[in-house]
Design a protein around this ligand. Structure first.
Ligand SMILES: Cc1cc2nc3c(=O)[nH]c(=O)nc-3n(C[C@H](O)[C@H](O)[C@H](O)COP(=O)(O)OP(=O)(O)OC[C@H]3O[C@@H](n4cnc5c(N)ncnc54)[C@H](O)[C@@H]3O)c2cc1C
Ligand code: FES
Length: 266
């Protein structure tokens, strides 16, 4: 784990309320796993006091000693609003890489990547890494869902990797007008994947977690909880264990990626 003051080297809007930020980071981030996250704080002033968690959106080597670390975020409150006001040259306090990321895929068979809304943030990193194995590229299928066309972020990044992308929106403004879980289940019936990786809103994750039981497929979900410390010290991120409801897991330490059968999703 690295605690570092990082310089912002890129900041751009990707939609009305979403931004991509690139930070110059320690070379240790070259070994980060997709699904891991960072805790970010703006160093000047007290608002907000606590760091905010963001998935690693991408990490690529800049030089022998530095990495370009990207985050993708939506403005929802005071912390993200302040982040959106930051410019290249500004510095942020960043702690990471934190948590448990997605595990390696099974040796063969189709792999589904399912992203809803901002859940796309870690999926781009995962797709990047999976595509390093040229032979696996043709096994990967991406499912991207959003409320509207504007919420379908990063489609271009998956297409640049040569991956097929199935799009859905709630209002039909792009792709099929349905929940993203419909085409996923349709595809499961045609060509069952050996693994589904998912990140998105709770309802989507519960539905996809259900596929693990119904179809006997391995499913990993990246969940979002409130997080105050990111280090296992405050209990803000507790999630109930599915087999023993008296037992809790820390999303920051044991997750945020869990086997869907391990935890009780809302
Ligand atoms: C492991 C992890 C990875 C994340 N990755 C990303 C990412 O890649 N991109 C991104 O945009 N967001 C991500 N989030 C969510 C992000 O941390 C919150 O949106 C952010 O902390 C909000 O800070 P704020 O100060 O702007 O909002 P606040 O003023 O603190 O809150 C505004 C509203 O957002 C709600 N909220 C705050 N934090 C969370 C949370 N963690 N989950 C659900 N609701 C929350 C609050 O209850 C409130 O209603 C992630 C969260 C976790 C736990
Ligand atoms: S965020 Fe503090 S224990 Fe997980």
């Amino acid at each position: 784990m690295i605690d570092e003051r990082m310089e912002i080297i890129g900041a751009e809007p990707v939609s009305t309320d979403c931004y991509r930020m690139t930070l110059q980071a320690h070379i240790g981030y070259a070994d980060a796993r997709p699904g891991q996250f960072v805790m970010v704080r703006i160093p000047d002033g007290l608002t907000p006091l606590l760091r905010r968690p963001f998935s690693i959106h991408r990490s690529r080597r800049l030089s022998a000693s530095r990495t370009a670390l990207e985050i993708l975020y939506r403005v929802v409150g005071k912390g993200t609003r302040r982040l959106a006001g930051c410019r290249p040259g500004d510095r942020l306090d960043v702690l990471g890489p934190l948590g448990r990321g997605f595990s390696d895929p099974p040796a063969s068979g189709p792999l589904f990547l399912a992203a809803g809304g901002m859940g796309v943030a870690p999926m781009v990193f995962l797709a990047d890494r999976l595509c390093r194995d040229e032979k696996r590229r043709r096994d990967i299928r991406v499912f991207l869902g959003g409320r509207t066309a504007e919420e379908l972020l990063c489609r271009d990044r998956f297409e640049e990797l040569g991956l097929p992308v199935v799009l859905t929106t709630d209002d039909g403004s792009d792709g099929d007008q349905c929940l993203v879980t419909y085409p996923i289940e349709e595809q499961i019936r045609l060509i069952p994947p050996t693994m589904i990786y998912a990140c998105g809103p709770p309802g989507m994750l519960s539905c996809i977690a259900g596929f693990a039981d119904t179809y006997g497929i391995r499913v990993e979900v990246s969940i979002e909880t409130l997080m105050a410390c990111g280090l296992g010290a405050c209990l803000a991120c507790a999630v109930a264990d599915r087999r023993d409801r008296q037992r809790y897991r820390h999303a920051c330490l044991h997750g945020p990626v869990f086997d869907a059968r391990e935890i009780l999703l809302p």
